[in-house]
Write a protein that binds this ligand. Sequence first.
Ligand code: FE
Length: 141
Amino acid sequence: MKENMPRFNPERDREWRERLTRLQYHVTRESGTEPPNSGIYYMEEREGKYLCICCGNILFTSEMKYHSNCGWPAFHTEHPDAGIIRLEDNSFRMLRVEVRCGSCDAHLGHVFDDGPLQFGGERYCINSASIDFVQGENNDD
Ligand code: FE
């Protein structure tokens, strides 16, 4: 099932260590979590796209974002080209579903089933540190 997952690449890892902040690196490459209510995109409402901070893969758009009051940016849907990977996560004595970038395997956050029902009932709980916001209209060109 994980056959196509990128393997650890020392060159990319070096680039990420140089380019990312410590928090961005910790979240994406070491499956960390930013403190609640601290992320720069938690309250973001502008129109635009959210890309993987590591590789630029498109993950979400502002149309998929909503306010969940959970302390992290929340999305009800992923972008059709995101290819987000879901993995069972049993850490911290909880059973959760981890979500990772389909392109570079960056840890993004988790997906829960308490999202808005009109959009399918899922809540992607995403670390601001794992994404890059690009302001603009929500078209794909
Ligand atoms: Fe990525």
